[in-house]
Ligand binder design. Sequence first.
Ligand SMILES: *[C@@H]1O[C@H](CO)[C@@H](O)[C@H](O)[C@H]1NC(C)=O
Length: 196
Amino acid sequence: MMYLIVFAFLFNGCTANKVSDSLIQKSCKEASKSPGPDMIPDFEIVCIASLKENPKSQKARNLGDLTMVGANNAISNLTNVKRMVEKIIKERKYKNSLTKKLLEECLKLYSNSFKLLTSGLNYVKMRNFDKAADDFMDAGEGPAFCGLKFNGDNQQISPVKEENIVLITMFDIPKTFARDVSYEQRNNKNKKEETN
Ligand SMILES: *[C@@H]1O[C@H](CO)[C@@H](O)[C@H](O)[C@H]1NC(C)=O
């Protein structure tokens, strides 16, 4: 009897992982074809890897659940990059005072992105995916503008250039998922109205 229960438990666990794995693969493949992500060559790979890394995605049963995981990943990624920049400033690891000034401006941009990601996550919880997608999209301005501050003219090199590029990809994951869910919601609503 005990064996049976253990077996059932293990079997259940395996199928649950398979469901979420195929959901992740399917969703990331689909998302990689949409405008924005289609310009990021490794979008699909980063999308799949980052979602699989988060144990919470094993419980995901639909794109709405995955949007939540993607948003949480984006928030923790941003928090890590913000800490990196704070450490560079604190330990005076910057090249010159202009770099320091630009990094401080990046921190302000990051803090705005953080607010937008948190607000987007709340909209996901309320199942308002349209508003959520808008917030995730606007959050991308933080890393994008931070990167632009280090332009050729001022001869400054960003110590977090690569990190900003990754952040944009990480924000694009919940953004694209949320957009897709919001289209689905709208289509279902239209279908219902047609049959009524
Ligand atoms: C951000 O997430 C990506 C994908 O999971 C990961 O490869 C990268 O190391 C993360 N970066 C930081 C600074 O947390």
